[in-house]
Design a protein around this ligand. Structure first.
Ligand code: PLP
Length: 389
């Protein structure tokens, strides 16, 4: 695959907030486009052995994906370009499909509910065991890995999501990864909440990172897209085959929009995190709120761990009020926040999570998830405070 990059070996190492602006651009020649074009071709000129052509047919690879795949690969510190998928869940399904029938998938009980539902379905079809764990309880996760190694013959996979959606539990990514690798498990991390600007799990030894690009990376709630990243040639090949054979591929325009969104990731995240920190502090002090979960709060159970392994605390907050009715009323009373599912866009969203029938019963009925956007802090707080009252 040819690199669309200017020669980066000639430059000093760039910070991630510069990289998001710089990477994935066409070579600098007079008259060249500053942005990659949207390549709509479904097929490419290729002679002889089809596998020797960098591009042959757009279900396998296309120049429409390459700039974004190379950019995300660099950001996640993968030695190989990423693989873009038609949605986060398509990437997740491809990765979970790597678990063999003889293995066990150890997965957080509060992982994104769509990922858990998909994992349960794939486990049933492929015949592997699935065990749910509290990802914040390192000892319990290690005990589950030991039990799985004793019970099943083949290698398994540890799925890590940290912070989790929607409970904001923080797992010890370095310790969990090391323990799983010691026991021969593959480690996959859903890095959607953190983004590569806040944590790069491949640096801790994880085998695969997945993203719902739909969220922060694209950042404007106008694209559904996913990605998987790895530094293993073998794993990338298997995931590539999974993508090509199942056909869950991304459209050229969606990927172009995601790369465009990526350009502002650092400034969006800075502003959203600053807003989230202030809002979490105010929620924690509010009489209507029974609990606030945000890793940036010093009293949060995940605070120390997040401070040690992340470059920031993200912009998702979970807080609870005492009843489902009250939570629903709050989500209906806001005027600036948008009552909607999803997260990671520039606009602030609010949702009572248990309105999803598939959300686990261990998520409180009165739990509200906030995706804090980049609006003015005082405008956001005034609207939320009025709804709480
Ligand atoms: C939204 C989300 C997904 C699913 O991604 P889609 O792009 O909606 O398919 C997976 N993981 C997490 C953490 C998410 O928030």
């Amino acid at each position: 695959m040819t690199s669309p990059e200017p020669d980066s070996s000639a430059r000093p190492a760039l910070s991630p907030d510069t990289l998001v602006v710089e990477i994935g651009r066409p070579p600098r020649t007079d008259g060249a486009s500053v942005n990659p074009p949207i390549d709509l071709s479904s097929t490419f000129v290729s002679t002889g052995d089809i596998s020797s052509s960098p591009y042959a047919y757009a279900r396998f690879d296309t120049p429409a994906w390459s700039p974004f795949e190379e950019a995300l690969g660099q950001l996640e510190h993968a030695s190989l370009p990423g693989l873009v998928f038609g949605s986060g869940l398509a990437a997740i399904s491809a990765v979970i499909s790597l678990v063999p029938a003889s293995g066990t998938l150890v997965i957080p009980a509060h992982t994104y509910q769509g990922a858990l539902a998909s994992a349960e379905q794939i486990a049933q079809r492929q015949g592997f065991d699935l065990v749910t764990v509290d990802i914040a309880d390192t000892e319990a996760v290690i005990a589950a890995l030991d039990e799985a190694s004793a019970k099943t013959a083949g290698p398994g996979m540890l799925w890590i999501e940290s912070p989790t959606n929607p409970m904001l539990e923080v797992g010890d990514v370095p310790a969990l990864t090391a323990a799983a690798k010691d026991r021969g498990f593959l480690v996959a991390v859903d890095n959607t909440f953190a983004t590569p600007l806040l944590q790069t799990p491949l640096d801790h030894g994880a085998d695969i990172v997945v993203h719902s690009v739909t969220k922060y990376l694209a950042g404007h709630s106008d694209v559904v897209l996913g990605a998987a990243l790895t530094s293993s040639t073998e794993l990338r090949e298997r995931l590539h085959t999974e993508r090509s054979m199942r056909g869950a591929i991304a459209g050229p325009f969606e990927v172009w929009l995601a790369l465009r969104g990526l350009r502002t990731l650092a400034v969006r995240l800075d502003r959203a995190q600053a807003n989230a920190q202030a809002i979490a502090e105010r929620l924690a002090a509010h009489p209507t709120v029974t609990e606030t979960r945000y890793p940036g709060l010093p009293a949060d159970p995940g605070h120390a761990r997040a401070a040690a392994q992340m470059n920031g605390f993200g912009a998702i907050i979970a807080f609870t009020v005492d009843t489902a009715e009250k939570a629903t009323a709050i989500a209906e009373a806001v005027r600036l926040w948008t009552p909607a599912t999803s997260l990671g866009g520039v606009e602030s969203l609010i949702e009572r999570r248990r309105r999803h029938p598939a959300e686990p019963e261990t998520v409180p009925e009165g739990l509200i998830r906030l995706s804090v956007g980049i609006e003015n802090l005082e405008d956001l707080w005034a609207d939320l405070e009025a709804a709480l009252g």
